[in-house]
Design a protein around this ligand. Structure first.
Ligand SMILES: O=C(O)CCC(=O)C(=O)O
Ligand SMILES: [Fe+2]
Length: 280
């Protein structure tokens, strides 16, 4: 990681951020997909009662596990990060009952967004579906609680490196040429911190190589990001943040007694002009 770090300044790409209260619209989601909005923060976007029930189900889930892939956190669901397609889709199948159980007896807000987007895209002649292979298909989301200590609960990273390096076994590898939209629902936050920080920088393959994060996009160093302007989305339970995952982002440190930060995360993007794929 250290040897060929050329100290080349990170190119600045402006952030287009929209923050408001209310319900998310399919037009805004599609604007993120087209790269017109970098960060969309919708406050009070889903019910706090539903948020509390999902959080309680996560905490008590028999499918709750510690991440063992170098990213500190606990999760329910499957992550494609550093997995080949066969392993990821098998893990998705195994985790499905646990993911579904998080929404038992509730109207799942992630599924509601998926269905609304599917209807709108269909009107435009575009199909939206979960990514799949012969081994299974992706889940609607994964639930994550970050536990990094220090400046970041989740270190600065981008979500595209893992898609580029996923390999051709994955039908969604083609999305890396377009916007990888990262969708986050927040059922719970710690009393303080846990902001989603976005930097004005969209790394290229060359940038990643220079930083020794070519295959992971994780983590970008403090020194590399120091000169880059950033913006924090200050999140509360019931909020949604939808970002262009190609921009560097991370989660600031969190503090306070008891409450843990929980995010329901999914990725989606255009694999073909008439096909949007969704995965975790
Ligand atoms: O927890 C968050 O706010 C962001 C999650 C994230 O960036 C990711 O899962 O890749
Ligand atoms: Fe991310």
């Amino acid at each position: 990681m250290k040897t060929n770090q050329v100290s080349k300044a990170a190119a600045i790409s402006p952030l287009a951020i929209r923050e408001r209260t209310g319900s998310i619209s399919t037009a805004e989601i599609i604007s993120v997909l087209h790269g017109e909005i970098t960060g969309l923060h919708i406050k009070q976007a889903f019910s706090t009662e539903v948020a509390e029930e999902i959080t309680a189900k996560f905490v008590g889930s028999p499918g709750l596990q510690e991440r063992k892939d170098g990213v500190p956190g606990q999760y329910v669901g499957a992550s494609h990060y550093r997995k080949d397609a066969a392993t990821y889709f098998a893990a998705s199948e195994t985790a499905r009952p646990y993911v579904d159980a998080l929404f038992e007896n509730l109207v799942d807000p992630v599924r509601a967004l998926f269905d609304a987007l599917k209807r709108e895209l269909h009107r435009q002649g575009i199909d939206l579906r979960l990514a799949r292979s012969q081994d299974g298909h992706a889940n609607i989301c994964r639930a994550l609680s970050w536990s990094g200590v220090g400046a970041y609960a989740l270190e600065p990273h981008d979500d595209v490196a893992q898609v580029i390096c996923a390999g051709n076994d994955y039908e969604f590898s083609a999305v890396a040429h377009n916007t990888v939209a990262a969708l986050n629902f927040y059922p719970s936050l710690a009393d303080e911190g846990g902001n989603l920080r976005l930097w004005s920088h969209k790394p290229t393959v060359t940038d990643r190589k220079s930083q020794g994060v070519e295959t992971t996009g994780y983590p970008y160093s403090k020194a590399y990001l120091e000169p880059v302007p950033c913006r924090d989305l200050q999140l509360k339970a019931g909020d949604i943040a939808l970002i262009d995952g190609g921009f560097v982002h991370g989660v600031t440190c969190q503090s306070g007694s008891g409450k843990r930060r929980l995010v329901l995360n999914s990725f989606f993007g255009f694999a073909q002009p008439d096909l949007v794929l969704w995965w975790t």
